[in-house]
Design a protein around this ligand. Sequence first.
Ligand code: MV4
Length: 502
Amino acid sequence: MFKKILIANRGEIAVRIITSAKEMGIKTVAVYSDFDRYSLFAKMADEAYHIGESPSAKSYLKAEKIIEVAKQSGAEAIHPGYGFLSERGFFAKMCEENGLKFIGPGYKAIDLLGSKTEAKILALKNNVPVVPGTEKPLHDFSLIKNIAKDIGYPILIKASAGGGGKGMRIVKEEADIESSLRMAQNEAKSSFGDDSVFIEKYIESPRHIEFQILADEYGNVVHLGERECSMQRRHQKIIEETPSVIMDEKMRNDMGECAKRIVKAAGYSNAGTVEFIVDTNNKYYFLEVNTRLQVEHPITEMRTGFDLVREQLKIASGEKLSFKQEDVVFKGHTIECRICAEDSENNFMPSTGKITYMKNVLSNGMREDTGIEQGNEISVYYDPMISKLISNGATREIAIEKMKRALRDYKLVGIKSNIAFLLNLLESEEYVSGNYHTQFIEKEFLGRLSSQKSSTDEETNAAVALAAVLFKEQKSLKIIKKAGNNSHSNNFWSNKRTESYR
Ligand code: MV4
């Protein structure tokens, strides 16, 4: 096993990785930007190095700088987390060339699966269902028009180099295809520097279901079940859950085996996620493979008992998977809510500023993954996610009840958040019944919300309640002071550092 690793990321995922590494006796090296000098993850790591200015392009995306720090610190491996450099084949390759282990798949698998068309061809070859359409990148207009006619409208134009919805265009009828094609190609060119596109039958209101897989470097692959991620807005997932309400054992086995076949064929190792869309007849189609640990990985951890970061570290250090598919046991129901700094009542505008008060009363099996502490600032530089709340119950109903309790108890002052929005979603008839899809929020829920009364009163009530909480806490603080219990140093995290923080 590695003795020391570098975490090329920030925030909650850096905290998450450092935590597992510490449990395994592995030393951790953080890298941080100007903005993150006092962030929790930088304080938690055994060593922390400043790598540049706050904009990601000047810090967390500076591959050379990060490699240099890794070598200087004596780290043997780099964990990229999610976002930033995590799915950049060139970075995995640079690590390898510099004698550093990239904690993720090899760069060849990253590049192969990074191309949506290559991935689709691989799926087809391995008997994994894909959406009817083309597999090869297309340029020629008349050819595209003919194929579209064969598939039948509506069709969807997608960028070959795309992902996450960029460069996608729905075409409802033949009259629109020429202009839509041009727009899709332009967007693909400017976003990815590659204007090739492919077309598919447009699946209306699909669910998004993904499978967690783990693959070691000897060709052993297991899946850890699905995550239902259909509760999303503008390709940002908001609530995830496992199991999916539509899944039975046969469907889980079938989809899980498809996921395993595709990653095996790609020569994949480490943790990965195979994404599918599922139509209203519960027919599933492979979409793409995400070659990283995902934001929503905790729900899989809570339902299976595996620590995915631990497994990633074991795989990257050359260990064989220590369990087989039949050893994976699913237990209970798990839900994750992403708490974000945004104004849900004002078109989800990002809300920046200092968090003057932050508190969650967890307990009863709830988990919170966060990289934020009271007093921290939410900036424009990075993702607005403040925290991930994860509930776990014997049944879906209990998991929902626990989540609602935790959201109501969550205290956040200084910035706006989507907590009330999350509660509204959890109470919607569609969420409660499980009968929702990827277009639910945009097509059905938002219109319904805006016709309801504003929650100004609720906010006032919350502010009054909070004032009372603060008053009570101040009183108890005074009692502690009187008792003289003030001897613990603030610096309870850790010890050897390359730079002091105060
Ligand atoms: C689709 C689709 C419907 N039909 N493909 C969106 C992101 C990209 N990864 C693929 N996406 C979609 N592909 C066909 N043929 C609908 C989506 C889609 C979607 C997929 C998963 C999660 C959220 C989504 C939101 C909008 C559209």
